[in-house]
Design a protein around this ligand. Structure first.
Ligand code: SAM
Length: 226
């Protein structure tokens, strides 16, 4: 097992792993392996877009410290559980708007003390910004229209200026009408206008089709609410 991508992420052969914060437990049926007395959970790029980003070789630079994370669209917590492994000392605020998905997310958070679940709509960051404070990392994976606008609003409300933003853009949730490249270009433009220039753009195929990962920094002082 060798260190890979971010601190707390490991690689063995082509497979990615995180060190299991809850040894003996899988979260979504993923394989666990023990090496030198440490248990790791397999991080499947076909199940998690962040693992797909790493598998594509695009590793976003982290801020010097990660103490607070805002995660929008956590669903059942597949990816969030790996981030919970990666940053055991951080507070991860995981937002999900569907009550059906929120129930398993809540159950997961009961077993992982660094997950703070919020049943909320990511379109209304004013509802949770006081709880979240300033996040070092903003991660968004919501399949709906207006994804770039939602990301920009949340960055303005909750992302620290030196922070990291990762938008997993689901192209076909934005529109069915326009070519994929145009949808991505428009999202990049919207983020740029919001003071969040895109540092890198990575298509997630073959792991996640019709998705592009857009990586930004935190908002510039003039475009933030802080
Ligand atoms: C593709 S799934 C997320 C998968 C998850 N990020 C993972 O990797 O484990 C998208 C989720 O976003 C949620 N969602 C969509 N619109 C949302 C919104 N406005 N606010 C919060 N969650 C939203 C959906 O209910 C769904 O659970």
């Amino acid at each position: 097992m060798e260190p890979a991508a971010w601190p707390g992420v490991f690689r063995e052969g082509r497979d990615l792993y995180t060190r299991n914060a809850r040894p003996g437990e899988s979260v979504y049926g993923e394989r666990r392996v023990a090496r030198d007395g440490v248990e790791y959970r397999l991080w499947d790029p076909f199940r998690s877009k962040l693992a797909a980003l790493f598998a594509r070789g695009a590793v976003p630079a982290l801020p010097p410290r990660v103490e607070r994370v805002l995660y929008l669209g956590a669903a059942h917590g597949t990816t969030a559980s790996h981030l919970s492994d990666v940053w055991p000392e951080a507070a991860l605020f995981v937002v999900e708007k569907s009550p059906t998905s929120f129930a398993p997310l809540l159950a997961l958070a009961r077993r992982r003390a660094n997950l703070y679940p919020l049943l909320a709509d990511a379109q209304l960051p004013e509802r949770y910004r006081a709880d979240v404070g300033l996040a070092d990392v903003l991660y968004q994976d919501v399949a709906q229209r207006g994804q770039a606008a939602i990301f920009a609003e949340n960055a303005r409300a909750c992302l620290a200026p030196g922070g990291l933003g990762v938008l997993m853009l689901k192209i076909r949730s934005v529109t069915q009408r326009l070519p994929a490249a145009q949808v991505v270009r428009e999202a990049r433009r919207e983020l740029g206008v919001a003071g969040l220039p895109v540092r890198s753009e990575t298509p997630l195929a073959p792991f996640s089709r019709e998705h592009a990962a857009l990586v930004t920094g935190g908002p510039s002082a003039s475009s933030s609410d802080h």
